[in-house]
Design a protein around this ligand. Structure first.
Ligand SMILES: *[C@@H]1O[C@H](CO)[C@@H](O)[C@H](O)[C@H]1NC(C)=O
Ligand SMILES: *[C@@H]1O[C@H](CO)[C@@H](O)[C@H](O)[C@H]1NC(C)=O
Ligand SMILES: *[C@@H]1O[C@H](CO)[C@@H](O)[C@H](O)[C@H]1NC(C)=O
Length: 366
């Protein structure tokens, strides 16, 4: 009797002795930054409503397999510093925003200049370094760029709203310009990432892919900014295996763009598929592929090879404004290559636009 009781006790105690010291099946609760260090020792982390002190990063370094539940709105204090305001890292993390808001207090910073001058603005607001899922959060009034994503393994981001629409209006510091500037929705240099069913209202790229592979952007809504971009592409990077599908782009400079730096060398952009996207209210271009960045339709460089850019699957329909061009392609000599299948691109409005230094586009007529 005594022996079997001892064995039972031993079998209960042993696994704890040998468990990894940090892996705790507890629930940590964060109601201020002071709670973070203890909370991240647990594999369930609940975040209550609180204000992050100005000049500090709300930084979550999580155990593998952690679930994060946002249970209230989080506001970030105002200070001119580099940020980020929020950073999260860890493997196989489930992040449930539960529809709550992270408020970056953008109007405190906005001066119409973004990262090009004026006051120092924390950027990005949200630095995501997790694999797993990240869903259902509203990110309001980002000082400058919203999300920077560098996931260590497969990650699905869904049902995010980036609402910087208040930055469309000028303010007392912006000299008549839109107050928000460089408010990119998602900046992505990564592999194995899906961003879906999200909404971005801003004044710059909805998505900007700077490098990486196996990236899917699907079912998203973009308005007010510069549309869905690959680039700008610098030297010695590869972009490949990109699917841009089922997105709605409205009231934007252009719907779909690939921009490569005129001065870049040693880079490739290949295997990009556009399918089932809809664009309206496009002020400058429907599709812009331009190798002269930072110029627009300037002298192109030849150091980035672009190939295999297709409009296939279901129809992509773009309606451009009266002063805009439907499709402009500005390649360096020999740096756009192969055959591009554009059979499922349909455009209307504006004027045709020029296709320079490339004759491989098939199936598209304006
Ligand atoms: C193109 O990218 C897709 C999506 O990542 C991938 O499945 C496919 O194998 C790639 N095709 C080529 C020819 O690399
Ligand atoms: C073609 O590309 C070259 C550089 O590669 C550039 O100098 C030229 O302006 C481009 N356009 C035409 C119409 O040749
Ligand atoms: C793009 O279209 C070209 C021409 O039809 C084709 O050879 C190529 O395989 C296509 N690429 C992808 C990724 O579908």
């Amino acid at each position: 009797m005594a022996l079997s009781l001892a064995l039972v006790l031993l079998s209960i105690t042993l696994p704890r002795v040998f468990a990894a010291p940090r892996a705790q099946a507890c629930t940590g609760t964060i109601s201020s930054l002071d709670d973070v260090a203890d909370a991240v020792e647990c594999t369930t982390v609940n975040i209550n409503s609180f204000t992050v002190p100005a000049g500090e990063t709300f930084n979550l370094e999580l155990l593998t397999g952690t679930t994060v539940n946002v249970l209230g709105d989080v506001t970030f204090g105002e200070k001119n510093w580099d940020g980020p305001l929020f950073q999260i890292s860890g493997d196989s993390v489930t992040f449930n925003g539960n529809g709550f808001t992270f408020d970056g207090n953008g109007p405190f910073y906005w001066d119409g200049l973004g990262g090009n001058g004026g006051v120092t603005k924390p950027a990005p607001m949200m630095k995501i370094k997790t694999s797993g899922t990240f869903t259902n959060l509203k990110v309001l009034n980002t000082p400058e760029r919203a999300f920077s994503v560098s996931n260590p393994g497969p990650l699905v981001i869904s049902k995010i709203t980036v609402d910087d629409s208040a930055g469309d209006e000028p303010n007392s510091a912006s000299n008549g310009l839109a107050a928000g500037h460089n408010t990119d929705g998602f900046d992505v240099s990564t592999t194995d990432l899906t961003i879906e069913n999200s909404v971005v209202m801003n004044q710059d790229d909805c998505l900007a892919i700077n490098k990486g592979s196996n990236i899917v952007f699907t079912g998203n809504t973009c308005s007010g900014g510069h549309g869905i971009s690959i680039g700008s592409i610098t030297s010695d990077v590869t972009v490949s295996g990109i699917v841009i599908s089922g997105n709605t782009i409205s009231n934007s400079q252009q719907a779909l763009r690939i921009k490569t730096d005129a001065s870049a060398s040693g880079s490739t952009v290949t295997n990009v598929t556009y399918s089932g996207n809809t664009g309206t209210g496009l002020a400058q271009f429907g599709v812009l592929i331009d190798q002269s960045y930072p110029d627009t339709l300037g002298t192109p460089g030849t150091g980035v090879v672009i190939s295999d850019i297709n409009f296939t699957g279901s129809k992509t329909s773009l309606t451009v404004d009266s002063g805009a061009e439907k499709v402009a392609v500005n390649c360096g000599k020999g740096s756009c290559t192969g055959t591009w299948d554009w059979a499922e691109l349909s455009t209307s409005g504006g004027s045709a636009g020029d296709i320079v230094n490339f004759s491989g586009i098939e199936g598209y007529s304006e």
